[in-house]
Design a protein around this ligand. Structure first.
Ligand SMILES: CC(C)(COP(=O)(O)OP(=O)(O)OC[C@H]1O[C@@H](n2cnc3c(N)ncnc32)[C@H](O)[C@@H]1OP(=O)(O)O)[C@@H](O)C(=O)NCCC(=O)NCCS
Length: 237
């Protein structure tokens, strides 16, 4: 347990350059207190003391501005920076080494029952003011940009921004996106023709390559010719 607490403090120091010492992490980081209290309330919740767990979590909310439902499952080294205005719903599942900032909501859409809150895989980062709604999975190492609203699954190692959240970076590569300016709305018919044109270009390039290869094969001398024999196997004159 001591090792786990120490790992939490190290996580704060590693992820917030403004944190100068373990003492500062302990005394100045409400995110750390909220996570520690959550471990207690989660245990109470699981052992059936649902009301007491909720009551305690509401007191923690008053003190820290961070509301974590006691039912939420949270992994190791979870770091909430600044904290104020964070809401984490009952069926949220958070992996290890996840970071979130102030104003983040991990909530339900209001339409689901049972598991209705997000799952954040290891090393996910959720930027300030972002909202992740519903029983969706945010992949390992994925970053949700500040202010985004994410309502559908995001694969690992992506960056998601905007409302609704769209993937702008995947596995380190920029994804081409269309700017949704009102004066410049995308035309689906033109987009379809462009896609068809791109496919035709690819097919033509492939055909040309194959034609070149068969022409080269026709011109290439046969094995018999290379051994000095004609096509019937007789010595070439
Ligand atoms: C999204 C983020 C993680 C950057 O990720 P990245 O993979 O490095 O992405 P980039 O900076 O290359 O940005 C990719 C595109 O998304 C845009 N973008 C970045 N963050 C955005 C945001 N929050 N909202 C909307 N668009 C955003 C960029 O302008 C860029 O657009 P372009 O392709 O048209 O130029 C970062 O901008 C962010 O929002 N971090 C949150 C940090 C935070 O909450 N800090 C709080 C401290 S108190």
């Amino acid at each position: 347990m001591i090792a786990r607490l120490r790992a939490d403090i190290i996580a704060v120091k590693e992820r917030d350059p403004a944190c100068t010492s373990s003492f500062s992490a302990l005394t100045n980081y409400p995110g750390l207190w909220a996570v520690w209290w959550h471990r207690l309330t989660h245990r109470l919740h699981r052992s059936g003391h649902v009301w007491l767990a909720r009551r305690l979590s509401q007191s923690v909310r008053r003190a820290t501005g961070i509301e974590i439902h006691p039912g939420a499952t949270i992994g190791d080294r979870f770091f909430i920076d600044h904290g104020m205005g964070v809401v984490i719903g009952e069926t949220t599942v958070i992996g290890d080494d996840v970071t979130i900032y102030q104003g983040v909501t991990l909530g339900g859409t209001g339409k689901e029952h049972g598991k209705r809150h997000p799952t954040l895989e290891d090393f996910a980062v959720i930027g300030v003011g972002a909202t992740v709604l519903g029983d969706i999975r945010i992949g390992r190492g994925t970053r949700v940009g500040a202010g985004a609203v994410v309502v559908s699954e995001v694969p690992p190692n992506c960056t998601v921004v905007g409302i609704p959240g769209r993937i702008v970076v995947r596995e380190g590569k920029r994804i081409d996106t269309i700017d949704l300016h009102h004066e410049d709305l995308p035309d689906p018919v033109v987009e379809m023709y462009r896609t068809l044109q791109r496919r035709m270009d690819r097919i033509e390039a492939r055909l040309a390559r194959e034609e070149d290869m068969s022409a080269e094969a026709a011109l290439a001398p046969t094995a018999d010719a290379r051994r000095g024999k004609d096509d019937d196997g007789h010595p070439a004159l």
